[in-house]
Design a protein. Structure first.
Length: 400
């Protein structure tokens, strides 16, 4: 079987696994956050319990009880929730390697910016996962880690600064996937390096007949809360590669900054409702304003764009066709000639006048209003050429 076909199928299989594992992890996480917040003490609640809840699902009734630290005696069977998180990260990193590392020249390197060598971009990407996570761990374990609001503010500033740095180092798509992969790494590391080890220490103390250390549960709970509030931003960033106006525009890092605010706000609304507190409906107003701001920022033109004030050549179809043939059609054709491209990306073919006219809208989104195409500007389309495409589309995208 052709190597390119094998790679394509590998991407499909890994992506499917990643999505399934992510659904399982997010689903169980959201459920336990809801359960934890909805627990209530009853008059007959057992000593040492935080609260209980009655639930109904699938025709059955469930009586859920949470202990403050742990039960006095360990049950014979105990379910550990960890493999959903591990499978999500392992499949996600495999997908990062197959798509972004093997295709670094297209999907990581910014040929309008630093123009890194592919191996340099890959090494920076890996370092950009490990080093910020170590910094996050150090902050959480420092004295500031005990101050909830200060910790949240510092972590927000850190992530926004990293988004700006990644936008400088990589192309737009690579920058978005890098910040998403970093947040995902932080979340899984919370499970692997803190939550599960602390739970194992509690179990070991109980089996040894000793009283568990309450601080272990508090530390694990802190990281679980972090994961809860980071879930929606990481999902948004991970699906952004389908939307060029998010990652391929001038203020893409600022869009990430807004999403890092909106995701926790939306989770705050649901967390408050789960806890039986007054619903903070104001969060939806702020979220709506944030989405309007994102829409405005996404309309500010492609990255690295240089406006000239006037177009260098007439915006007729012949000029448009010349640009598309020279910058796009080597990949977007019935038989792509670009190394590593087996079929036209997303099935969009631009190798005839009729195909260009038929796909004018997609050309506008990907190459005129954003710099998503060509990937990393690997074919060196100029700002003037992007202006020609934009003006042609705004004039009706005709064949004249």
């Amino acid at each position: 079987m052709n190597e390119l076909i094998l790679i394509e199928w590998a991407q499909m299989a890994i992506r499917w696994l990643h999505v399934v594992a992510g659904i399982a992890w997010i689903g169980s996480s959201f459920y336990f956050v809801h359960l934890d917040l909805s627990l209530k003490r009853a008059a007959d609640s057992a000593d040492g319990t935080q609260g209980e809840a009655w639930q109904v699902h699938g025709g059955g009734f469930y009586h859920m009880v949470k202990y403050l630290v742990a039960p006095a005696r360990m049950p014979s069977e105990l379910t550990w929730f960890k493999w959903e998180a591990y499978a999500t990260w392992l499949s996600g990193f495999a997908l990062l390697a197959v798509v972004y590392y093997l295709g670094a020249d297209l999907f990581l390197v910014d040929h309008d910016g630093l123009d890194l060598l592919p191996w340099q971009a890959v090494l920076i990407s890996i370092a950009g996962l490990v080093l910020p996570w170590l910094g996050y761990e150090a902050i959480c374990r420092s004295p500031i880690g005990k101050q909830e609001n200060a910790l949240a503010g510092l972590l927000y500033v850190m992530l926004v600064a990293l988004a700006l740095l990644f936008a400088f180092l990589f192309n737009g798509r690579g920058a978005f996937i890098q910040i998403g992969a970093l947040i995902g790494t932080m979340m899984v590391a919370n499970v692997f390096a803190v939550i599960i080890p602390n739970q194992r220490k509690v179990v070991a103390s109980l089996l040894a007949g000793q009283a568990p250390d309450p601080s272990l549960g508090k530390q694990a709970k802190q990281r679980s809360v972090h994961n809860n509030y980071l879930t929606l931003p990481v999902v948004f960033v991970m699906i952004s590669n389908h939307y060029p106006l998010l990652y391929g525009t001038r203020f893409n890092w600022l869009i990430i900054a807004i999403v890092l605010l909106l995701g926790p706000l939306i989770r705050h609304f649901f967390n408050a409702r789960h806890a039986g507190k007054p619903s903070p409906w104001w969060t939806w107003g702020v979220a709506a304003l944030g989405m309007i701001a994102i829409a405005f920022l996404s309309a500010q033109g492609p990255r690295h764009a240089q406006t000239t004030g006037s177009l260098p050549t007439p915006t007729n179809f012949a000029a448009v066709e010349e640009i598309v043939n020279g910058r796009c059609a080597m990949c977007h054709s019935a038989e792509p000639v670009w190394d590593g491209i087996a079929v036209a990306p997303k099935g969009v073919q631009l190798d005839s006048p009729q195909a260009i006219l038929r796909n004018a809208g997609q050309i506008g989104i990907a190459a005129a209003h954003s710099s998503a195409m060509p990937p990393g500007n690997i074919t060196s389309i100029s700002s003037e050429e992007r202006q020609i495409l934009a003006t042609w589309i705004s004039a009706g995208a005709t064949s004249r």
